[in-house]
Design a protein. Structure first.
Length: 167
């Protein structure tokens, strides 16, 4: 999906989530864009790639994903491949359980709750700057990609051009 179309479709949900959670809307939208391939890869309305851990009681789905780890001994429901990287880590291609939703709005709301309720992200709560917010969330381990925050900040900058102009 084109970036501007993605923005128009999902920015209102990001703003609603910001009102309820104080998580910056552009940070939410950037995560949704990155995690879903601009909405093209959101099976089960999964925009944020939140795994369906043992405490998750909602719908779930087995999805192929990429992870980065420092060892070759990490367990997943299914490991497709493990490839050594030049930095000494390993790229995993795996199948793992992820949350599923009836619609996109449920996904955005659950994402906000996930951040607020998870103690690992407590240092991000209350940060209003989208770039700083994603840095803190990434540092807390939201994703295994070492470039996660840098990528999100680039997306935030691109999305900002679609914001309504202030007069």
């Amino acid at each position: 999906m084109e970036k501007q179309t993605f923005f128009k479709l999902y920015y209102p949900a990001a703003v609603l989530c910001e009102r309820e959670t104080k998580i910056p809307a552009l940070a939410i939208l950037a995560q949704a864009a990155l995690e879903s391939g601009w909405g093209d890869k959101a099976p089960g309305n999964m925009f944020f790639g939140i795994k369906a851990g043992v405490t998750w009681r909602g719908k779930r789905q087995l999805i192929t994903t990429r992870e980065v780890h420092s060892t070759k001994t990490v367990k997943y429901p299914e490991i497709i491949s493990i490839t050594p990287r030049t930095d000494g880590k390993f790229d995993y291609k795996v199948k793992d359980w992820f949350r599923a939703y009836d619609n996109a709005a449920e996904s955005f709301i659950d994402h906000g709750k996930f951040i607020l309720e998870n103690p690992r992200y407590k240092n991000a709560i209350g940060i209003s700057d989208p770039g700083r917010f994603v840095e803190v969330v990434a540092a807390a381990g939201y994703a295994t990609d070492p470039n996660y925050a840098k990528t999100l900040k680039s997306i935030i900058n691109g999305l900002a051009e679609y914001l309504p102009k202030r007069e």
